[in-house]
Design a protein around this ligand. Sequence first.
Ligand code: BGC
Length: 485
Amino acid sequence: MGAMTETMRRGAASAASSASPGEAPSVIPDKLPFARAASIIAVILLAGALFGYDQGVISGALIGIKKAFDVGHVALEIVTSWVTLGAMFGSLAGGYFADLFGRKRTLLAAAALFIIGALVQSLAPNVPILVFGRLVAGFGVGVAAVAAPLYAAELAPAAQRGRFVSSYQLAITVGIFVAYFVNQALAGPDGWRTMLGVAAVPGALLALAVLIAVESPRWFAKVGRREDALRTLVALGAEHDAEARLAAIAKSLRAEVKARSWGEVFAPRWRTPLMIGVGLAVLQQLTGINAIIYYSNSIFAAAGYATPAEQAQATTWGIGAVNVLSTFIAIAFIDGLGRRPLLIAGLVGMALSLAVVGFAFWQSATEGRLGSSAGVITLIALVAFIISFAFSAGPVTWTVINEIYPNEIRGRAVAVATAVNWGAAFLVSAFFLSLVHAIGQAYTFWLFAAFCVVGLIWVIVAVPETRGRSLEEIEASWRQAPGGS
Ligand code: BGC
């Protein structure tokens, strides 16, 4: 965790404020009372894990849903992908809610949406109601995905901000893994209802953690609730200097007010960083990551894993556990080696492994039967893909998105890139099965491989290295660039 240094801190801070994290005054005491710190961390981890759970659970549920409602691939795509559609809208609304109602109430609403969404899905008598449940849960995912990192960044002591916020990212991968694990345990014709319903339990735990945790003093200050802000700062351990810390919050809030309009995000002088952030957000999804996260059981089924139990096992360990563990590679090397080497190596790895998956499917198709080795080759290649993604496009995308924008537009630009990321996730998950239907498994994976190659060339040409540079240096480089101000 020691390697989660400057970059992560910067990224984290950018979620919290438009004030430069380098200048951000340390408003939260360095050492939080243990119970306070534990409840804040619990909120962050549960929010991340729920996001991941909602992402991962569908791969195990699809086969049962298909049987229960006797539906085709288009309905299955809608069932799968509408979580991302809900998340796209939820992420746009989340920041607004968090400012209007407070971080805690927004996270409580997200927890309620998770619980309602989970129960609706689990009890759904037909596909439209199931889809409605997915949309509701997805909206909760989007709201939490904005509110939780924001809450994390605002409640973290400055020196630990990176850890607080990046633990959210790690929690997503853990959530996916847990979902796969539950899928495996419940594999069977009717297991899908429980798989989807189980999300209500961590949803309730999240609500409980939010109720115990404190509200952000920064939000209290923002809405003029001075006494509440002071009381919270004292509860967080600032018995002696709560006034001074509140003054520091007020100062950074004044800097935030200077931030300009939404139109500024699209001003020509910021076109280069906007393109880089949005480009990475799209590229991350065009690698096909969520086609694999969502449809891995079906992919393994097509690759010759005959029983649901075998498919679930390959998914849990080959995809879920590998995803969690490989995220630590990025945490260890992102600041030392830099973003570009990780991205370049990862894209090469993803392109090659996707090409191999495509080849395994192509061979099976041309032989007219599944070669005995196709399943093993597919598993090895998909593991290689997940490792390559988890140390590169996964975490590097979010790091760069959070550090590449100038101060004055950062909050809004990050929201745009995040919504674009979910939009792209929606498109990929919405059309994956149709694509497989139209051109076959082999060409679908080769298409993702081709996107990785195009992305690789674009990264080499257009994405600058940001390792070790302060946010101010990065911002100055855009101003100096042709067309900059
Ligand atoms: C992506 C998600 C993806 C996850 C997989 C994240 O960085 O944004 O779309 O499901 O990684 O671990």
